[in-house]
Design a protein around this ligand. Structure first.
Ligand code: PLP
Length: 397
């Protein structure tokens, strides 16, 4: 048995980790270094879109690694253009900038909004953000984040954000009334880290209309809820709206770090040479991963799978656990689901791992399931069979 140290003497103490180390995976299964098998209902936090060791992705990435991993943005990267065109087709937007992570995509969005304002003569642009939002851990994105735990110890925060509650158009209007410095409204369609909290379709439509009336950019952080997870390419598409700016990342490269900010006509030409850039963003390996991930998702019908298997998972959780007094709600869409309990339930992460199931708990009380989009109904049955007794035990304590 390989012993897993609780803390390493040389890596910084940033994560409260589950005491296992994963060695390899296949589909929705992973094995740890001691050979124990797990069903993966977390997908590396909504990252491993195609699961593990996908038979179509692996040879494509092997081919790319052997050809060219990185070349820098001094030169054209043909797959950047290919992936940007594909993302435009899927989103109805027009231009993409590539980076490597979610926070970088959000940083680019914040910079776009600020320059959008400056180009209009607004010297101190302000961006509307939301309670319980999560946008990343850089100084600007943690300032946009609506969670004091994330911000604590890192002040002074970046100014220029106005915070409002979700799903309340009146609150948005009164918080911005008469304010000529507002340039953008920025939110997740379904808050991920905040506890799987969806924006209502009607609210999304109202905000779209308000942004049009006021000349604001509508910026939707689809880093977690995008890339097919909810059963549409991007979660806001369920409401029939289109943002002006859309940061994405997590699932885009099925495990290879790929981020992008995708923009429509109002924001696509704001950046000019010298305004923004990154060394790793859009490199040949990352772009191949993005292109192939989307191709395989289309070939294998994974949007439909996310929608139907996700609906089955939600129904199964509701049937098995939904009527227990301690279970407040099962919510979310497709394969982005949260089950809120009436008490903190962080212990479930380790207990589920012991039972051979990988999941997360977020916002203290919400069991979060983000399985790979290849998840099957049999995987759902196994998830619920493993999870149900653990939840019942927590509620009995
Ligand atoms: C994870 C996440 C981020 C940050 O992404 P990183 O790649 O960790 O920087 C930003 N926004 C949302 C909605 C996320 O879920």
């Amino acid at each position: 048995m390989a012993f897993i140290e609780a803390a390493s003497p040389h890596t910084m103490n940033t994560y409260g980790r589950v005491p296992i180390a994963l060695s390899h995976g296949r589909g929705a299964r992973v094995w740890d270094v001691n050979g124990k098998e797990y069903l993966d209902a977390l997908a590396g936090i909504a990252v491993n879109t195609l699961g593990h060791g996908h038979p179509k992705l692996v040879p494509a990435l092997q081919d790319q690694v052997a050809k060219l991993i990185h070349s820098s943005n001094y030169y054209h990267v043909p797959n950047q253009e290919k992936l940007a065109a594909k993302l435009s087709e899927l989103s109805g937007l027009t231009n993409a900038f590539f980076c490597s992570t979610g926070l970088e995509a959000n940083e680019a969005a914040i910079k776009l909004a600020r320059k959008y304002g400056h180009d209009k003569g607004i010297e101190a642009p302000q961006i509307v953000v939301y309670e319980k939002a999560f946008h990343g851990r850089s100084i600007a994105t943690l300032s946009a984040t609506g969670n004091e735990k994330v911000q604590k110890g890192f002040g002074p925060l970046v100014p220029g954000f106005i915070r409002v509650p979700m799903n309340d158009i009146g609150a948005l209007k009164s918080a911005t009334e008469g304010n000529q410095d507002v340039v953008a409204v920025f939110f997740e369609t379904i808050q991920g880290e905040g506890g799987i909290n969806p924006m209502r379709a009607e609210y999304l439509q109202q905000v779209r209309q308000l942004c049009d009336e006021r000349g604001w950019l509508l910026m939707i952080d689809e880093v977690q809820c995008g890339m097919g997870r909810t059963g549409k390419w991007f979660a806001h598409q369920w409401a029939g709206i289109r943002p002006d700016v859309m940061p994405i990342a997590k699932g885009l490269g099925s495990g290879v770090p790929v981020g992008a900010v995708v923009a429509g006509p109002k924001a696509a030409n704001i950046f000019q040479p010298g305004n923004h850039g990154t060394t790793f963003g859009g490199n040949p390996l990352a772009m191949r991963a993005g292109v192939e991930t989307i191709r395989i998702m289309e070939e294998d019908g994974l949007l439909e799978n996310a929608a139907t298997v996700g609906a089955y998972l939600k129904r199964s959780l509701e049937q098995e656990l939904g009527s227990l007094p301690g279970v407040k709600e099962v919510r979310g869409q497709g394969l982005m689901l949260g089950m809120e309990l009436d008490r903190p339930c962080g212990v479930l992460v380790n207990r589920a791992a012991e039972a051979g199931l990988l999941l997360s708990v977020t916002a203290d009380t919400v069991v979060r399931l983000l399985p790979p989009l290849i998840f099957t109904k049999a995987d759902v049955d196994e998830t619920v069979t493993k999870l149900a007794p653990l939840v019942k035990a927590v509620l009995a304590e």
